[in-house]
Design a protein around this ligand. Sequence first.
Ligand code: PLP
Length: 368
Amino acid sequence: MERHWANPSSTHRAGQGVRHAVEKARADVAGLIGVRAREVVFTSGGTESINLAIRGVILRGRTPSAAEAPPAVISSGVEHAAVRGVLEDLAKVGLVRVLLAPVGREGVIDLARFEEMLVVSRPVLASVQWANNETGAIQPIEAIWRACQSRGVQLHCDGVQWVGKMPVASPPCDLLSLSAHKFHGPKGIGALWVRPGLILTPTLHGTQELGRRGGTENVPGVLGAGAAARAAIAWLADETARASLAARRDAFEQAILVGCPGSHNNGPTTGRLWNTTNIAFPGIDAQALLMMLSERGVCASAGAACSSGSIEPSPTLLAMGLEERVVNGSVRFSLSRETTAEELDTAVGIISDCVRKLSPTIAGMTNA
Ligand code: PLP
């Protein structure tokens, strides 16, 4: 902020120095997903990238007419609130019909049903996440992309949970959303990759970002995203680092399941991001558990959003067919690249103790 204080759109020397730094950061982010720098649009985060991708395709060159049925968009019941929200919004004003591909018990899209829906509803767009934020479940995105390509359907992929944690040789989609704070970058900065030739209607009008996203760039955020991308590229080069974190997560999960009788893992056991575990403690109030954990220094979250004083059960876990009692007792634990085995051991002790205190009736447990 002290050195690169000028506006990157200014033609003076100070501005051009900042432009150079911004373009270097763009090349670094592009390198993380195997694309060319000019295809990357900086945004204020994953949510804005998702909004730009979906609205940008749907509003492109379209004059809605009452006589015409709105075009279909296929998505799934396990998408992030940003995807769900923008699709609901567009559906409300009659701009799209939203069709949700079903998911199985492990939260993975039923590919055969997805393909059937492509044939029957002939959508203009599909929007599917690469990996789930609550369970870590990985979607069969390459197969989804092949199915979309064979029907001429554009695919937006919410890659926010995937990018930076897993390698991307080249994006299996037409539009890819990412967010820097998911790979140790700053919050409030993200990007949308747009396949060359794809025209988008901007949501924020202006001249910056080749007219695709107006507004003076968030330079500190952009440079932070570039630095985080460089660090992620270096980390991703060693496959064993991911494998050892996955093993650490599995051991942590196993220790909790043993320490808390009645608990179980909600997500898949294979085909899951290395950093996530979603554990159900049926009959326990997840919000109460989170508060106790927080007091003792364990930061976790529930897939429940608190809105107007009421707790909404996680739509993702409900879409997976879990009972509300299980959903309301489910907690998500996430590791980072830096989480150590010692930290996880300490957390297991605290979690087991808190669960025991909240569930005196679970067989074999006493309320100490
Ligand atoms: N999509 C997924 C899968 C996410 O996990 C998140 C954030 O948690 C987002 C989108 C939104 O990203 P951001 O927080 O950068 O707006």
